[in-house]
Design a binder for this molecule. Sequence first.
Ligand SMILES: Nc1ncnc2c1ncn2[C@@H]1O[C@H](COP(=O)(O)OP(=O)(O)O)[C@@H](O)[C@H]1O
Ligand SMILES: [Mg+2]
Length: 224
Amino acid sequence: MSEVRLEGIKKYYPYPGGWVRVLEGVDLEVKEGETVSIMGPSGSGKTTLLHIIGTLLRPTHGRVFIGEREISALSDQELALFRAHHIGFVFQFHHLLPEFTVLENVMMPLIIRGEKDEEVKARKILEMVGMSHRLEFKPSQLSGGEKQRVALARALVGEPKLLLADEPTGNLDWDSSHKLIELLSRLQSRLGFTLILVTHNRELAKKWGKIYLLERGNLRCYTS
Ligand SMILES: Nc1ncnc2c1ncn2[C@@H]1O[C@H](COP(=O)(O)OP(=O)(O)O)[C@@H](O)[C@H]1O
Ligand SMILES: [Mg+2]
């Protein structure tokens, strides 16, 4: 079954006196449990595309399906609920809440969803990302690589079927990048989520799955 299907996605941003034409008709199909990497020059629309898949942004034209549902047809309220239950995000900047501890940050998505056992689940996923020894630390007390591991735990604690990662290693040195990608790959084998990864790093992209290149508004498969 396909987990993500995009049909003819166009995205134009309004701009004084015209439009910024970012996506010019993107089609993509990603199967359940598959990994795809998206590469492309800066400004080519990778983040825009990921935000459209993640229901954070509506396309100007085209349709988005996740699982069996056409999400481009849902209302904003329905989208927020859908997102909270089905999609995890990791960004280039960790976006952890500075006032809260590692454990609290990871419990947060479950608290927002009103679920039980949030602490047990948060501890378990923090163990999987190797951060059990830092539960009471604040984000400012962690290294860059550690912050991203906590951000990954927060993205996965709700067991999303789809994980979207936008240059998650963009701020890390080579060694930390390498470790984060290894971890991502291990967690995917264990948890089975579908992964769409935006990266500048071809070495990392080549590790697994298909690579797509986004250029001049179009997406093409670069290798499989
Ligand atoms: N809200 C916006 N309004 C107008 N233009 C935008 C907006 N967001 C992004 N853009 C433009 O869209 C293009 C693609 O941006 P983005 O998706 O962030 O690219 P990438 O992630 O590949 O670097 C850029 O030229 C950017 O300036
Ligand atoms: Mg970007």
